[in-house]
Design a protein around this ligand. Structure first.
Ligand code: ARG
Length: 500
């Protein structure tokens, strides 16, 4: 079949060529955003008089019908039509006749794909933020339950000092909070509209880029057409945010895997989120955590692939950039899936508090507190460190914990040690005495939980408002159809749908 760009060609494409450069198999994922961008573009063309208002209305109605047909599974995209943008134009022209050929006035697939990808990612960013907020809520709930649950804190994976499970969980809260905030900043910086950049040098038609930017809920049009069509920072930044968050998930997974081992035995994963072995009947494997840890690699891969694709490209658009999509789509799906299942796995797990406490009491995690005790008796810290080091060596030889020593043994370490040593180096004292801001003392962890609960409530309200703002647009585009998750249709019901 003749290509939309076939005029200057005297031959058909080789079939191999057609398959090679066709992207419809994956960029059909953008159909919704492509239609939304086209509705805004067509409406604006009508408003500025490049086409008549009647023609604009015909195009908009046709696009809406195609949206319904796609969602009803009635549309089969044609690989010979290359990508989602050309498929749409062919479908529209079949539906509304020759006026369909006017849709692409003053537009190029270069600015079209850039605007589609930004809208797609903006939507996914909001969805992932909603998931992160839920995950953060789960972390807070677990931390609240375990303010007093002692466990060893580690450095070099060696028992170091006693902490609480609540404190450990709140460390992850801070990490995932920053992941959320990174997406806020993504939205702040990247909600800029490339449409109107044309192929690379704008257009001679009097397009109202402010109108399309407002209609599509962008903060404004981009200020350089070359940058508008050739920037993929927004995708790279997203992939980097995704990689960092997957790294956080992966570290957490690594701990869950360790904790689920019989060597640690700190956690019991729910059967619903574990698997067995086909040969070893006793096995219960932490597959969720392992797979999330494993899938982190493909998200990093998408980041590295796109960075590498972009590094040598001259301005402006180059077909290399079509390679941005599969990695970004895969990273979005992977991050969302991993957040969802990890949250469920964690929320249903049982922590083995006795084992954690026993581990905290072993391994000389109170050695620093012992040295601090000597400091309060006037011993310089370095000397105290040496005394306790010798005491630890003695205990290892005699297979006992520091707090198992008799008063006589303590006196042999230092005559300054008195009866109060037992209280001063007990696990509970060691934990409760840690009272600086951000320390594991339960009061401090509670203060961090309170501050973060306030932050979380504020973030939820802001996120909801932002998502609803975009929901207006989505509902108008859909003209009466159900909004996709996570948006609600409340606004559309409250306001009559626009004509847009
Ligand atoms: N499918 C293309 C992509 O994803 C759309 C832009 C095509 N532009 C072009 N000049 N061939 O990058």
């Amino acid at each position: 079949m003749a290509k939309l760009w076939g005029g200057r060609f005297s031959k058909d494409s080789d079939k191999l060529m057609e398959d090679f450069h066709s992207s419809i198999s994956f960029d059909q994922k953008l159909y919704y955003w492509d239609i939304q961008g086209s509705i805004a573009h067509a409406t604006m063309l009508g408003n500025v008089g490049v086409i008549t208002k009647e023609e604009a209305a015909t195009l908009v109605a046709g696009l809406r019908e195609i949206l319904e047909e796609i969602e009803a599974g009635k549309v089969h995209f044609n690989p010979a039509d290359e990508d989602i943008h050309m498929n749409m134009e062919v479908l529209l022209t079949e539906k509304v006749g020759d006026v369909g050929k006017k849709l692409h006035t003053g537009r190029s697939r270069n600015d079209q794909v850039a605007v589609d990808m930004r809208m797609y990612l903006r939507h996914e960013v909001l969805t992932i933020q909603a998931q992160l907020l839920e995950f953060l809520e789960t972390l807070l709930a677990i931390a609240k339950k375990h303010l007093e649950t002692a466990m060893p804190g580690y450095t070099h994976l060696q028992r170091a000092q006693p902490i609480t499970l609540g404190h450990h969980i709140m460390a992850y809260f801070e990490m995932f909070k920053r992941d959320y905030q990174r997406l806020d900043s993504w939205l702040d910086r990247n909600n800029i509209m490339p449409l109107g950049s044309g192929a690379l040098a704008g257009t001679t038609f009097p397009l109202d880029r402010n109108e399309t930017a407002a209609a599509l809920h962008f903060d404004g049009p981009c200020l350089n057409s070359l940058d508008g069509v050739s920037d993929r920072d927004f995708a790279l930044e997203f992939l980097s945010d995704a990689s960092i968050s997957m790294m956080h998930l992966s570290r957490f997974c690594e701990e869950v895997i360790l904790w689920a081992s019989q060597e640690f035995a700190f956690i019991d994963l729910d059967d619903a989120y574990s698997t067995g072995s086909s040969i070893m009947p006793q096995k219960k494997n932490p597959d969720v955590a392992e797979l999330v840890r494993g899938k982190t690699g493909r998200v990093y891969g998408a980041l590295m692939a796109l960075l590498t694709t972009m590094k040598g490209l001259p301005l402006a658009y180059n077909k290399d950039m079509q390679e941005d999509k599969e990695g970004v789509f895969d990273a979005v799906d992977t991050w969302k899936k991993c957040l969802l299942i990890f949250e469920k796995m964690l929320a249903t797990a049982t922590f083995k508090e006795q084992n954690m406490r026993r581990a905290a009491a072993g391994g000389f995690t109170n050695a620093t507190d012992f040295a601090d005790y000597l400091v309060t008796k006037g011993v310089p810290f370095r000397d105290a460190h040496a005394v306790v080091g010798e005491a630890v060596a003695y205990c290892i030889m005699n297979d006992k914990a520091l707090d198992d020593c008799t008063m006589e043994e303590f006196k042999s370490f230092s005559p300054l040690i008195e009866e109060d040593i037992y209280d001063k180096i007990s696990i509970d004292t060691c934990i409760h005495k840690r009272q600086t801001i951000g320390a594991p003392g339960p009061q401090q962890v509670q203060a961090a939980i309170d501050a973060n609960q306030l932050w979380l409530d504020g973030a939820k309200a802001t996120h909801e408002a932002q998502a609803e703002k975009l929901a207006i647009l989505i509902c108008i585009t859909r003209a009466g159809q159900q909004c996709p998750a996570p948006f609600s249709c409340a606004i559309r019901e409250a306001e009559p749908a626009g004509d847009g």
